[in-house]
Design a binder for this molecule. Sequence first.
Ligand code: PLP
Length: 470
Amino acid sequence: MPASEQDDDGGVESPRGLTDDALTVAVEHARDWIASYPDRRVPAEGGADDAADRLGRTLPEHGVPPAEVVELLAEAVEPALMASGSGRFYGWVMGGTLPAALAADWLVSAWDQNAGMRDSTPGVVAVEEVAATWLLDLFGLPPTASVGFTTGATMANFSCLAAARDAVLANVGWDAPVKGLSGAPGIRVLVGAESHGSVELALRYLGLGTPEQVDVDEQGRMFPTALASALEASDGPVIVCLQAGNLHSGAFDPFAQLTDIAHRAGAWVHVDGAFGLWAAVTPALASIAAGLDSADSWATDAHKTLNTPYDCGVAVVTDAARMRSSFRLHASYLLTASTVDPYEAVPELSRRARGVPVWAALTSLGRQGVVDLVDGLVAAARGIADGLEQIPGVRVLNDVVYTQVCVACASDELTRAVYAAILTEGQIMPSASVWRGHAVIRFSVSSWRTGPDDVRATVEAVTRAVAANV
Ligand SMILES: *Cc1c(COP(=O)(O)O)cnc(C)c1O
C-alpha cells in the first residue's frame, strides 16, 4: 500500500484507482437509474428471491474488484427496485430525493464521519446544528428545543416518548434514568384511535405497553370531548399522543383544544407529525397546523415530505435538558463537548451524519422553496382527487386537506380488482389499504417530482383500470 496519497499514482490496482473506478461505476448507474423514471414501470419487477439468484448466493472465495462489485450489484438489483423517486409513485408515504440531498448523502458516506461527538467531527456537527435551527424556525418551534436526527419517525417517536416517560415520572418524584421502570408509578398513555402503528411500537420499546385509544371523528381526528372525559379524575403521570397527518385522510388533530385539555391534566403532549409537521411551514395550511407549537415534543421525517434520501427522522423536544438526561451517557473514552453532543438527543452513539442531506435539501430549496414544495404536494393531491372524482363508480373518501387521497369503488372486491389492474399496468403506484373497515386505494403525494403531467397520467391510469373492471 502506498505510504501517502502522493505516492498513489491512481493506477488500476492502487487504493485511489480502485476507489475512483467504483465511484465512477456507481455514478453512471445512479444517473441511468434516475433518468429511467419517466419511462419505467413504477412497481418492482419480480421478487427478492429472483434478485438474490441474479446476485449469486455463494460468497465468492476470492474478492471481486470494487468496480465489478458495483456493476454486479446494479445489474442484479435494479429490475427489482420500486421507482419510489418517480413522480408517479404514491405508495405509503415515501418521498423522493432532491438532487442536492442525494449528492450530499454521497459525501456523508465518503467523509465517513461518526457524527455523535461535537468536538471530534465538528464539520458535520456544524451542518446538523444549522439544519436543526432552520427546522425549528420553519416549524415555528422554540429555538432552544433539542433536535435529534434519527433513522426515521419511528425512532423519532421513540426518542421523544423516552423524554416524555422520564419527565412525567420525574414529576411524581421517580427518577427513571436511575431507577428504571420496576416499581415505578404507572403511566397512562393515550393515543387517537387512528394513530400510526409506529407510536405503539415506540411505546412498546419503552416498556409502556399498549396505549389507551381515544375516539376519533370520521377523518380520524381525536374528539376533544373524548380526551377530556378520558382525563377526568386522572391524577397520575399521563402522556397524550396527537397526530399531524392521518395516514388515510391526511387530517390533523385539533391541537390547540387538545393540548389545552391535556396540559390541564398535567400530561405531556407528543405529536407524531411524520409527514404532517411540514404543514406548519406554509401559510396556506395555517388553519390545520394551528396549535401545533403548543405540544411538548414532535416527531417528523425528512425522508418523506422534505425528500431527503433514507434514512432520516427528526425528534424535537422543547425541554432540551430533559432530552439530554434521557440519552446522556457517561463514558471516560468519549470526547465530551462543553455544550451538547449529538448523541445526547438520539438513541444511537455512532451514526452517519444524516442531518447533512437535510441541510442540503433546505439550502437548495430556500425558505420559499420549502413552502412551494409542501404547497405543490397538496395541489397535486387535490388535482388527483378532483380527477378521480370524475370517474364514474369512484368515490373520494376523505377531505383532501393535505397530501393524502383515499378512494374506493362500489365494493371492496371491485376496489381490490382495480388496484390489481393499476399495479399490473405499472404506470403509477398508489398503495392498497383498509380504512374504516373498507378496502381503499390510497395516494400519498410525497415526491418533489410529482407535477401536472403526473397528475393527468395518474387519473388516466385509474380510468383505464376502472374501465377494465366494469
Ligand atoms: C411513516 C410514518 C411513521 C413512521 O416513520 P418511519 O420513518 O417509517 O419510521 C410514523 N407516523 C406516521 C404518521 C407516518 O406516516
